[in-house]
Design a protein around this ligand. Structure first.
Ligand code: NAP
Length: 298
């Protein structure tokens, strides 16, 4: 029996594990893929208080080591359901675990464009992670789709290696931080393709180009690229828990207290209903949820 079962080992889940460990509680982290969550895909974090620059990968590694040093145990299993009243039972693809409380910290997954050949071209020119795959496109031409921090950071990162980077965004204003947008506009090898959506990915075995549609003129044109990096935000992945906690648009409904509508189940990070989804707010949620869970089990 664990004190706390934390579903998801991204920044929110790992922060929760640190706070649980420091409160003397036995915590189990259940992670479907790799620890670190979405942050491992960020080339350079420069807005986490107290750290001026760190790669997402290094940040995640340090966070994981810190959680382990406070006694957290991790199992790479997918949590499939939560049941039970006073004692919570989490069923995974490999087993069942009991805990006094559960924190859902499942983060979010990449939103897809929804184009017919998108899935089949992953690894053959379509990518959702510039830091993971950018090196394959050295001296090549790529497009990044999106207008948020991820897309703009990805474009800046790729511009260091690629011959040319197109950034395709559906509006003429970026959602990303001004400072990074200014950097984008200074780069000679980045071309902005604004007010445009991607209608088609042109490919044979590999990606050859994209067809974009100008939303103001309805004109279509093909841009020849070797790679397409899709960075159009995230969507939550909490369907497995909809019978135990209330969801709103797929996000677990909770305020800043991180309490769900079910006693003993808390939520932390990007999978929660909230205004600001940032690394700092994910870490803060992890601390709040773990301390609330620990306080309520004493
Ligand atoms: P995001 O902020 O939600 O931005 C998604 C972008 O994709 C928006 O520009 C949106 O356009 C566009 N978009 C959404 N759906 C689309 C579709 N179906 N077709 C075409 N375009 C579409 O996502 P994100 O950039 O991944 O960032 C997620 C969160 O993480 C944000 O809170 C962000 O600030 C944070 N983040 C922070 C950092 C950092 O601080 N270093 C780095 C990365 C991410 P519209 O603008 O028109 O809606």
């Amino acid at each position: 029996m664990y004190d706390l079962i934390i579903i998801g080992a991204g920044p929110a889940g790992l922060s929760a594990a640190i706070y649980a460990g420091r409160s003397g509680k036995k915590a189990l982290l259940l992670e479907e893929k790799n620890y670190g969550g979405q942050i491992v895909n960020t080339p350079d974090i420069e807005n986490y208080p107290g750290i001026s620059h760190i790669s997402g990968f290094e940040f995640a590694m340090e966070l994981f080591k810190q959680a382990e040093s406070f006694g957290a145990e991790i199992k790479y299993e997918k949590a499939l359901s939560i049941s039970g009243d006073d004692t919570k039972v989490v069923t995974t693809n490999k087993g069942q675990y009991e805990g006094k409380a559960v924190i859902i910290a499942t983060g979010a997954k990449n939103r897809k464009l929804g184009l017919g050949n998108e899935d089949s071209l992953v690894g053959r020119g379509v990518s959702y992670c510039a830091t993971c795959d950018g090196m394959f496109y050295r001296d090549k031409v790529v497009a990044v789709n999106g207008g948020g921090n991820t897309a703009v950071e990805d474009a800046l990162f790729l511009a260091n290696y690629c011959k040319k980077v197109y950034i395709v965004h559906r509006r003429d204003e970026f959602r990303a931080d001004e400072k990074d947008v200014a950097k984008l506009k200074e780069k000679d090898n980045i071309e902005l393709v604004l007010n445009c959506t991607i209608k088609e990915i042109v490919a044979d075995e590999m990606v050859k180009g994209i067809v974009v549609v100008d939303k103001t003129t309805n004109e279509e044109r093909q841009i020849d690229v070797n790679g397409l990096f899709i960075a159009i935000g995230q969507v939550p992945d909490n369907g497995d828990f909809e019978n135990v906690v209330e969801l709103e648009n797929g996000y677990v409904k909770a305020d800043e207290s991180c309490y769900t509508n079910t006693p003993g189940i808390y939520v932390a990070g990007d999978c929660r209903t909230k205004e600001v989804r940032q690394l700092a707010t994910a870490a803060a949620d992890g601390a709040i949820a773990a301390l609330a869970a620990c306080a309520n089990m004493d």
